[in-house]
Design a protein around this ligand. Sequence first.
Ligand SMILES: [Zn+2]
Length: 272
Amino acid sequence: MPRLSEVTAALDALWPPERAESWDAVGTVCGDPDAEVTRVLFAVDPVQEIADEAVALGADLIVTHHPLYLRGTTTVAAGHFKGRVVHGLIKHDIALHVAHTNADTADPGVSDALAGALDLRVTGPLVPENNLGRICELDRPETLAEFAARAAARLPATAQGIRVAGDPGMTVRRVAVSGGSGDSLFDAVRAAGVDVFLTADLRHHPVSEATQHSPLGLVDAAHWATEWPWCEQAAAQLDEISDRHGWDLRVHVSKTVTDPWSFHHTSPGAPN
Ligand SMILES: [Zn+2]
């Protein structure tokens, strides 16, 4: 059985912490480096539901994409919801490790997993300077409506579903994808000359300006849904490392939907 320090060293080799953005908070949040690890749970968000799931599963380590604490903190008192997560984890000897922007820019990274889930062929990075996002090609052209249906069918189900901007009948051949919030990447998307950009958290003004600029199709999925495929990719990577080392490790992926939106209601008389 590996120790936590051995497992986190293997994870750091997959997603080198020095490749994280300077504002990010990646690495081990809590856990004893000498503790033995038998079960690992991968999830997007370090929220109470995931901590509870790890306890029920008997996991010794949770690996999440999002940090628990992004800014400096002076308390982990259980009166605060984040402190409650920390208390619960320590009480049950569960470690928490984060791979965030270092997983975004890894190879394979978060956007490779997203492209894989959508069954798209990756041809290169969207932002080569920091290996962010991916440019992809479809094996056969399809309409924007068909591409949106593909995203809805292949990404995990959320209350939001898929929002689309653009002509449903437009032809889609080349696509840019970026897991998580992607509306800072419009310049790179325009430079790449793709037909469609699939990402999350798109806001009114960037979308309005992008669609006025050129006939770009935009596909907005739930933030959690665009990053969840990374959990499966990461779990498979750790499984492979575990086999190579002869570790007795069980690796799980949480299917708990931690996207914060609960439901949506289509407006009566809405277009399309
Ligand atoms: Zn994210």
